[in-house]
Design a protein around this ligand. Structure first.
Ligand code: IVH
Length: 719
């Protein structure tokens, strides 16, 4: 994704509307990954660029601002595992600034808004922007009563039990504090603790974590508070929500109070007046950044006086009295020594640039992803030229690499002046480098365009696909088998001894029995001892009963990620019901096919991919063998069973006036209903608003219970 799109000025209204629709979808997708799954796909800088592009188009075409515009939302809707907490005061976001000039503009806008105040008379606080998770801690009569994540800003998740295990967060406040106190701040994991945790994971043969922020988020979202307790999480207090009395009248004073009450506060916070001083502090913090034991991604400026904050107030999603001055993504020059091709689970050939090691922001970078053949050529997903001049990347090139936050380093640009005269354009392989099968780019049936991904056609024959498949199968969100990491999978896969071989997933579960009747004992092999072998077999046996969604996810069906697997598990309830339906859906028509497409959140591409999987006899054979070893549990019915809609299938159609469609859906699901996008004989209730059309007709035809929005609200109020 290129940074600011220069074409906004010449966009037609139609193009702008289409682009806004695309951005709403794309940003919502990244929000969900970031907030819901703690697994970002793009860098913060690229994310910010998408938001800026959205803002730029909306500024030029204010009449096109969408109901679901990213500028109206803060973060993502809360995920389902924890009970919801409605924040007494919304948890807002901050506007971002990127340049010294933006900061002067911010300060000037504060002066302009307040009017008639002498230069440099307004104090601002400046403090690091911690890259963690925001948290709202509510104390009543000095006792911690609830801890909630930000969620979508209005409603967060109740993570009180987990937060109580964090030593840095006081359970009780000193006497004399106001009756209601909501302290807000950032939960984070120290870099040193993160590195230690990863060393431990590696030693245990487990998958390592990506970065401290996601690890902190994952640690907090544990259903078992003991796990949270085992991860040293920390906290900085910097803001507040509801307060029954204010202990200070400045931002600085409030934070000092928090410190007195026992909360950790950031030592780098300063109170400053002039733009020059503010910027100097920003650059100082920037210099200290690599030495800090926590990740920061900018500096936050806030108007110090609370009465002025009050007057300045809020825009729709962020305060006028504060801004976040982001650090630029870190960059460095290096050379491309080689381009290697990695073959993934689905056969995708991913080129990786091997770089001369270079330090980017305190981290040594040796690889950068090159995504696909087009990317190497300088062509983006929509056929546009990427990188400032659209240069291709060649072996031997001097390149600019960027490492932003969490994401894998990227090659930003090529320094053409330094290119050797005889450097040849990179030729993307036409054969899989692992198994030698043809590698092809599929054509999208609908658009006729070539897919950007080149795929190995070797399937099960390809060693890379097979081992990647196994690694996926045992990964944390799938079967999560402790002691069976990447190295071990490679070892078992390569083994020629039938008593040690693991070629497909069911082999994992027969390993112990094969070992028992063989002389080739695992415990005698380097790297495995008696204890670790026993533990490995215990870990394998522990997974013979497995949650349905994990089982479906582990099958490694293309396009079926964790979220889709959960949707499928919830919709079909049992593995048998699911498998039967998928086989029935084979003709891509008929009741079973329609049902699959009606699962909210499942589109045609995903549906096709699942059906294709079940058409392949080899897949069926492997799954059948697997089912001889493990038992997928029936999916849990969500939340209450007492609710009148629990287990019922509900369809919303027409326009809703009292709530958004998303809200209606979330509400119904919280009560245990299944929300579907289309009406079938299995639908129990259709909630029809004004303008309802064919779905309402169908509901009448099938004699399904129909309600209007008010009736629905009254109906669920009984819950
Ligand atoms: S102040 C009304 N101060 O940044 C604004 N936020 O982009 C309240 N953050 O959701 C937030 N360090 O999670 C503030 N020193 C700091 C911060 C900080 C990190 C996060 C916070 C917030 C996000 C906004």
């Amino acid at each position: 994704m290129s940074a600011e799109n220069p074409n906004v000025d010449i966009m037609t209204m139609e193009e702008a509307a289409a682009e806004l629709a695309r951005l709403a979808r794309e940003i919502a997708h990244h929000d969900a990954l970031y907030h819901g799954k703690d697994a970002p796909e793009i860098s913060d800088a690229d994310y910010d660029a998408l938001k800026r592009l959205n803002d730029a188009i909306e500024t030029r075409f204010p009449e096109l601002v969408r109901e679901d515009s990213p500028s109206r939302r803060v973060g993502a809707a809360p995920s389902v595992t924890f009970s919801p907490v409605v924040h007494a005061r919304p948890m807002l976001s901050l506007d971002n600034t990127f340049s010294d000039e933006d900061v002067s503009d911010f300060v000037a806008s504060v002066y302009r808004f307040l009017g008639h105040l002498p230069d440099d008379s307004i104090a601002f606080t400046a403090e690091p922007k911690i890259d963690g998770l925001s948290m709202s801690l509510r104390y009543e009569n000095g006792r911690l009563v609830s801890a909630a994540t930000r969620g979508d800003g209005t409603t967060g998740e109740n993570v009180t039990a987990n937060v109580r295990t964090i030593a840095e967060i006081p359970d009780r406040l000193p006497t004399g504090v106001p009756e209601v106190v909501e302290v807000r701040g950032e939960i984070y994991m120290a870099k040193s603790d993160f590195l230690a945790l990863n060393r431990q994971m590696e030693a245990e043969g487990k998958q390592t974590y990506v970065n401290p922020r996601n690890t902190a988020a994952g640690s907090l979202r544990q259903l078992d508070a003991k796990v949270t307790a085992s991860r040293k999480l920390r906290f900085f207090a910097y803001a507040w929500g509801e307060m029954s009395a204010m202990p200070s009248d400045t931002q600085f004073g409030m934070v000092q109070k928090f410190r007195e009450w026992g909360f950790p506060v950031n030592p780098l916070m300063k109170r400053l007046h002039s733009v020059a001083d503010i910027l100097a502090h920003y650059h100082e913090i920037g210099l200290e950044r690599p030495e800090l034991d926590y990740d920061i991604d900018g500096v936050v400026y806030k108007v110090d006086r609370l009465d002025l904050q009050q007057r300045l107030g809020f825009r729709s999603r962020s305060p006028r009295w504060a801004t976040a001055h982001k650090f630029p993504a870190e960059q460095a020059f290096t050379t491309v020594e080689a381009i290697d091709i990695q073959v993934g689970r689905t056969g995708a050939l991913t080129p990786v640039a091997r770089l001369t090691p270079v330090t980017v922001g305190g981290v040594v970078v040796t690889n950068a992803t090159l995504h696909n053949a087009d990317y190497i050529e300088g062509i983006g997903n929509s056929g546009e030229r990427i990188r400032p001049e659209g240069h291709d990347i060649r072996i031997g090139d001097t390149v600019v690499v960027q490492r932003a936050g969490d994401v894998i380093p990227q090659v930003l640009d090529v320094v053409l002046e330094k290119r050797a005269e005889d450097a040849a354009a990179y030729e993307f392989p036409k054969k899989c480098p692992v198994c030698g099968s043809h590698a092809v780019r599929e054509r999208n049936e609908k658009t006729g365009k070539l897919d950007s991904v080149t795929r190995c056609t070797g399937g099960f024959v390809c060693r890379a696909q097979a081992t990647e498949h196994l690694k996926h199968f045992v990964s944390r969100n799938a079967f999560d088998i402790e002691g069976l990491g990447s190295k071990q999978i490679d070892f078992f896969f390569e083994s020629e001894d039938p008593a040690l071989q693991i070629r497909t997933a069911p082999d994992i579960f027969t390993l112990k029995a094969r070992q028992e009747s063989s002389l080739a004992k695992l415990e005698n092999i380097d790297g495995f001892g008696k204890v670790s072998v026993r533990k490995l077999f215990e870990a394998i046996d522990k997974r013979r009963d497995i949650a349905l969604h994990r089982f479906i996810y582990a099958l490694g069906i293309r396009h079926v990620g964790e979220t889709t697997a959960k949707l499928l598990a919830r919709s079909y309830g049992t593995y048998d019901a699911f498998a039967v339906a998928m086989k029935e859906a084979a003709p891509l028509a008929g009741e079973a096919w329609n049902e699959l497409n009606a699962v909210e959140g499942i589109g045609e591409i995903v549906a096709r991919s699942i059906v294709e999987f079940y058409k392949e006899p080899r897949n069926i054979e492997v799954v059948d063998r697997l089912l001889g070893e493990v038992r997928p549990e029936a999916a849990e019915q969500p939340m209450t069973t007492a609710s009148p809609v629990a287990g019922k299938t509900v369809v919303f159609t027409g326009s809703l006036e009292k709530m958004t469609r998303d809200e209606a859906k979330a509400g119904a699901e919280r009560l245990g209903a299944k929300v579907s996008g289309s009406v079938s004989k299995k639908t129990d209730i259709v909630v029809a608003g004004p303008g309802a059309g064919s779905k309402l007709d169908k509901a009448r035809e099938f004699d399904i219970r129909i309600m209007d929005e008010d009736e629905w609200l009254a109906f669920i109020a009984e819950a």
